[in-house]
Write a protein that binds this ligand. Sequence first.
Ligand code: ZN
Length: 268
Amino acid sequence: MQLNKNAEVVCGKKQIYTELVVAAHQDDIEIMCPQAIIKGYQSDVYGVVGVVCADGSGSPRSGKFATMTDEEMKKVRRLEQIKAAEIGEYSALVMLNYTSAELKDRSNPSPKNDIKEIILNYKPQTMYIHNLADKHPTHVGTAVNCVKALRELPKEARPKKLYGCEVWRCLDWLDDNEKVFFDLTGYEQLMRDVLDVYESQIAGGKEYCTAAIGRRAGNATFSASHGVDVAEHVSYGMDLTPLIEDDSIDVKAFIVSKIQKFIDDLLI
Ligand SMILES: [Zn+2]
């Protein structure tokens, strides 16, 4: 695999690469994609490749991390991400180590080219990216790079499914008929364990573990006003597969059409 010179690949114990999760930052995979982690965990059929695009240098810091330099912080976040991958039994972890500025620069082809290489190398069946309505610019930049990478590949080299996932904005607003429901019930401890390794973020005042688990519990309860809860923890996905089946669909128009549906459904 020909990746940028700063990239690092950490191999897991099994060589099954069905699920590819491409995230912007360390810990995003564990927040947005418990569904892929669960699918691959202790499975002989499914396996997760996690890709983290940013280098961690821009991370917020406080407590015992407050005085760390960007270089020191990069090392901390790298080790935290590797620990999460070990606990979650990822088949591979790819760290591309771009700066946030590089990821947000839509004219820089390097992240997109790396993602193409990764898809060609691992040949995943299902791919998970940030959702296009996320409010973090690095997340959206990363998602757009993924769609561009996929569209530059021949159709037979693309995964069968592409999902947008929740981090900085949930997908509760998405029409129920268009939500993809991922039932996470029974895996709460694993979901906690892969997020609890991010000590630098928790010390930085961000309780992502509690927040992510709370969101998934809220999704399960608030998904339907009638009937009892069937699942205890649910994450939502937006099906982005049409974007890789039909390259003529404008990416912005695609997400705007989902938001328009929300507006059309307002009850007032
Ligand atoms: Zn992030």
